[in-house]
Design a binder for this molecule. Structure first.
Ligand code: SAM
Length: 300
């Protein structure tokens, strides 16, 4: 069960979810027709070790098939979508990037950034430490800052202390984060992002479509995923990691109400738009998720 000030490393609690996403990125990167290549994902997952390497190789299955089957399709779509979001932001002159809940995201290393780009990665201290150790010695063509925080607490101060410039337009990302925050912390995080955003800033995020995210069907899927993880020696009940949907605002409304221009996308459309079939097996899972970007106009 979650508590207000719980913390974790990469092998426990919410930290584990970052490994699951990286494992899927590693799997996708190996495909001949990969929609993106993350050359760091496999190394990061191998560095976590036991159980995860087998999951990455597809050797661990849940009752419904590959452990990250339909969810894998969602994760691929969102990786592609947010990669393109950053490419567009860079092309439009944004040079400050903040990745909230960066986990094992290696975009600072793998995307082609203009050389004067500054990337801030925010996550729990032990998660950041793990990634720094695992990628130690990797060369970076841009400036990257690790900001160790709890995103339910006063992270803006830590971000500023690390050199964030609130006067410069920023491309923000909250990928795979919001369900791990209580509803009030989600709204607070949005308000803090807005307060730190110069005109021209952008926000990108993903979230479940609606309260169906708390349904018996999803709980059942999560239980099966936990069992499959247990079979690989990874102990976590993923049902315990999410905060309730109740009282949670819809980010599309929240940002629109605060004067941002919001664009939403369907994961299935992202996949098919890139020539990847959205199968009947993965569609129900994809339909539970929404991808969103928002822009703060220069005239605000
Ligand atoms: N964004 C990364 C990606 O898509 O690969 C990681 C996503 S992973 C599903 C969730 C991440 O959110 C983990 O790295 C976890 O440590 C981070 N996270 C969740 N709640 C957090 C909090 N309160 N403070 C800091 N990090 C948090």
């Amino acid at each position: 069960m979650r508590t207000d000030d719980d913390s974790w490393d990469i092998t426990e609690s919410v930290g584990i979810t970052a490994v699951g996403v990286a494992a899927m990125r590693a799997v996708e990167s190996r495909r001949p027709d990969a929609l993106f290549r993350d050359p760091y994902a496999e190394r990061l997952v191998d560095a976590v070790g036991s159980g995860w390497t087998e999951i990455m190789r597809g050797e661990v299955r849940s009752e419904s098939g590959r452990l990250y089957g339909p969810m894998g399709a969602v994760l691929i779509a969102r990786t592609v979508y947010f990669d393109e979001y950053f490419h567009a932001a860079a092309a439009d002159g944004i040079r400050q990037v903040v990745i909230l809940a960066s986990g094992l995201d290696a975009r600072a290393y793998r995307l082609e950034w203009p050389s004067d780009t500054v990337v801030f990665e925010l996550d729990q201290p032990k998660v950041l430490e793990f990634k720094a150790r695992a990628l130690g010695g990797e060369r970076l063509s841009i400036e990257r800052h690790e900001v160790a925080v709890d995103l339910r607490q006063d992270w803006p101060k830590a971000l500023r202390d690390n050199g964030f410039d609130p006067a410069a337009p920023t491309a923000w990302l909250a990928e795979g984060l919001l369900r791990y925050l209580p509803a009030d912390a989600q709204d607070r995080l949005f308000a803090e992002v807005v307060a730190l955003s110069a005109p021209g800033s952008r926000m990108a995020l993903n979230i479940g479509r609606d309260q169906r995210a708390d349904s018996a069907e999803i709980r059942e899927l999560q239980a099966r995923r936990s069992e499959a993880l247990a079979a690989a020696g990874i102990t976590v009940d993923v049902r315990d990691l999410w905060y309730s949907w109740e009282g949670r605002s819809d980010p599309r409304d929240w940002f629109a109400d605060h004067g941002w221009t919001v664009t939403a996308a369907e994961p299935a459309d992202v996949l098919t738009g890139h020539g990847r079939e959205a199968t009947d097996v993965s569609r129900p899972e994809m339909n539970r998720h929404i991808l969103m970007t928002a822009t703060l106009g220069d005239d605000n």
